[in-house]
Design a protein around this ligand. Structure first.
Ligand code: MLT
Length: 266
């Protein structure tokens, strides 16, 4: 079923697959994406689990809430969806920005987590250089959002994957263009402000899986390798010939990896 609810009087969209009496997996998309990126994974996981995918504020069916969407605000929205469906514990899979939100959720509600998958994501805050880059991006988004998206999307893929996944890239561009300029900027502002959450990893009492692409241009693989040492129980999958979009670039492989992790977690 697809659902909506109001958070601070703004609409939030989400989708639930699978039966409610099963263990729950929450899927959180990344920057400029929507919950639709999880259609394949969600369908596969819903055979054994209840799967909740959420449009983070400003993307897909979810409206802009504030001019800055902090990771904490987005984690609050995730919690509201869970509470409204009486979900007390879950595993979260977060792609990139979705992983930052998952870490904010883990910090606020550690006892609600059974497992965490950081899919091309990590727990460090932006470096000073990354913050400057975000400011630069915000300027470009303000002057020509469409052009920014057009160049941003192919860059997320490993160079050799751009041509074979052209149809998927065009689809992602189309979806991203539905987000208004201020919505895109609200996410950039929020990511810029996010704090270091490596402590969350050190204190995790649940298994953490890191999925990394060796050709990821957004998240340095060294960051991920280093952080995979922090949790008590962690697993690290390094994908060759994959950039930042493993759920497309290595779809079947990553779906199987996450499915088997979920079966071990619950
Ligand atoms: C994402 O894919 O969610 C973003 O590129 C992450 C980021 O900008 O740090």
């Amino acid at each position: 079923m697809t659902g909506t609810f109001l958070y601070k009087k703004k609409k939030i969209g989400y989708k639930i697959r699978g039966e409610g009496n099963r263990n729950t997996i929450v899927l959180l998309h990344g920057f400029l994406e929507t919950m639709n990126i999880w259609n394949n994974l969600g369908n596969k996981l819903s055979k054994d689990f209840q799967v909740i995918s959420i449009d983070l504020p400003g993307f897909g069916k979810s409206e802009l809430i504030e001019s800055t969407h902090t990771m904490d605000l987005m984690a609050e929205v995730v919690n509201k969806v869970l509470v409204s469906h009486d979900v007390k514990k879950c595993m979260i899979v977060g792609h990139s920005m979705g992983g930052y939100v998952a870490l904010a959720f883990a910090e606020k509600y550690p006892s609600k987590l059974r497992g965490l998958v950081l899919f091309h994501s990590h727990a460090k805050e932006d470096t000073p250089e990354a913050k400057v880059n975000r400011e630069r991006s915000i300027k470009v988004i303000k002057s020509d959002r469409g052009n920014y998206i057009y160049h941003f999307m192919p860059d997320l893929f490993a160079p050799d994957n751009v041509e074979p996944f052209q149809a998927e890239i065009q689809h992602l561009i189309q979806e991203a263009r539905n987000a208004a300029t201020e919505n895109v900027i609200a996410a950039q502002n929020g990511m810029k402000l996010r704090t270091d959450r490596q402590k969350v990893l050190m204190e995790a009492t649940y298994p953490v899986m890191f999925i990394a692409g060796k050709q990821d241009s957004r998240i340095p693989i060294e960051n991920i390798i280093e952080q995979a040492k922090l949790p008590k129980h962690s697993e690290l999958i390094m994908l060759t010939e994959v950039g930042h979009m493993g759920f497309i670039e290595a779809r079947v492989k990553t779906e199987n990896i996450i499915q088997s992790f979920a079966h071990r977690v619950f």
